[in-house]
Design a protein around this ligand. Sequence first.
Ligand code: ZN
Length: 132
Amino acid sequence: MKSNRRRDTQPELAVRREAHRLGLRYFVDRAPLRDLARRRADLVFPRLKVAIYVDGCFWHGCPEHHSVSKTNAEFWATKVEKNRARDEDTNQRLRKAGWTVVRVWEHEDPATAAAAIKDVVDAAKRERANRG
Ligand SMILES: [Zn+2]
């Protein structure tokens, strides 16, 4: 079965590039948890337990850009609903395991997204330092 999910899409690359420019170092396209092997995140900071997903506007139902064609509307709506439910499930499982999850829409400005990611990573670092 072919996955909907393509690797290294332009928006992913752009966010990665900007994050790298801000000095962030991360793993790419990696499962944050072993039992979420099929829900790989786009950027992963394993020690800080931060996972970043860059979500495609169509497949993940972006409120601004997800427009459904009139033909097969029900089919697509069901598919996107499923993706959204799975995204939410992924978020919950990761959070339960102590992870911070950031989801970026592919339409977001990559530099702005990377700055937001850096804030989250910096906060995770401080928290980790405080714990000793
Ligand atoms: Zn969008």
